[in-house]
Unconditional design. Structure first.
Length: 259
């Protein structure tokens, strides 16, 4: 399986961390490559930045998804996920959606754990978008991380452990999803520090993509995730312009069951 990690943030260290985590989860049979956003903020954290990241995600996908069997969207707001699923003939999995799906198989009530209070309502809206508010014990947040902490997230392991333990006691949280691509790879280190399961959305997304690859689903021909109508674009990147021009003539993908 050829898996593309698509990070519309502009921080290469985040892409590197997610690719490393994805490769460890996928094993040697899966080829994992990564691409990083070129335009926009280094770490997306607000609504306006999400809009920038969504546009960047479409550009990156149009340019790099041609030989991929699946895409792991490495931004924890799942920014642009529905648009990517509409635009591409291959499975696209968002790390937070995958993490929450896994958490709901482990618990009745889960929490997302992020950093920076400004992101909390955006995550709450994401949970509602998926229809899972009734299963949520709320979104937890650490204070904003420093540049040093973002690049060396094991520094905040004690803070993560305290937040998870408090949520299990005070909110009835039964599983926690780490909401932040910078947290990729930390769940195993928290395992023996906290009283409830901790889910790494990147790892969950890898295994969901492997499952979808094995199922070999057809691209929808009807509904909101069918290809959009072909039409000319003005002022967009050449790969995106070509993609929108060719939508109605795109052949179905041949899934060779390679995993």
């Amino acid at each position: 399986m050829r898996l593309l990690v698509l990070n519309p943030n502009t921080s290469q260290f985040v892409t590197d961390r997610v690719v490393e985590t994805a490769r460890a989860a996928a094993g040697p049979e899966c080829r994992v490559t990564g691409v990083t956003g070129r335009h926009g903020p280094p770490i997306v954290g607000t609504r306006s930045e999400c809009v920038m990241a969504a546009a960047e995600a479409l550009d990156l996908a149009a340019e790099h998804a041609g030989d991929a069997d699946g895409i792991l969207l490495a931004i924890s707001f799942d920014t642009g996920l529905d648009a990517l699923r509409e635009m591409l003939p291959i499975p696209v999995v968002g790390m937070s959606e995958a993490g929450m799906l896994a958490a709901m198989t482990l618990s009745r009530r889960f929490s997302l754990l992020t950093f920076g209070n400004r992101a909390v309502p955006i995550y709450e809206e994401l949970v509602a978008h998926y229809g899972w508010t009734g299963r949520s014990a709320g979104v937890l947040s650490l204070p904003p991380l420093t540049e040093t902490q973002l690049r060396d997230t094991p520094l905040v392991l004690p803070d993560l452990a305290v937040a998870i333990t408090d949520a299990a006691r005070d909110r009835g949280t039964e599983a926690v999803v780490l909401a932040g691509a910078v947290f990729a790879g930390l769940s195993g280190r928290l395992r023996d520090m906290v009283p409830v399961p901790v889910v790494d959305g990147v790892v969950a997304a890898v295994h969901q993509l492997r499952m979808l690859h094995a199922l070999a689903p057809a691209k929808p021909k009807a509904g909101s995730l069918a290809f959009p109508p072909a039409k000319p674009l003005s002022g967009m990147s050449p790969p995106l312009t070509r993609l929108f021009k060719d939508f109605q003539t795109m052949p179905p993908r041949d899934n060779g069951k390679e995993i």
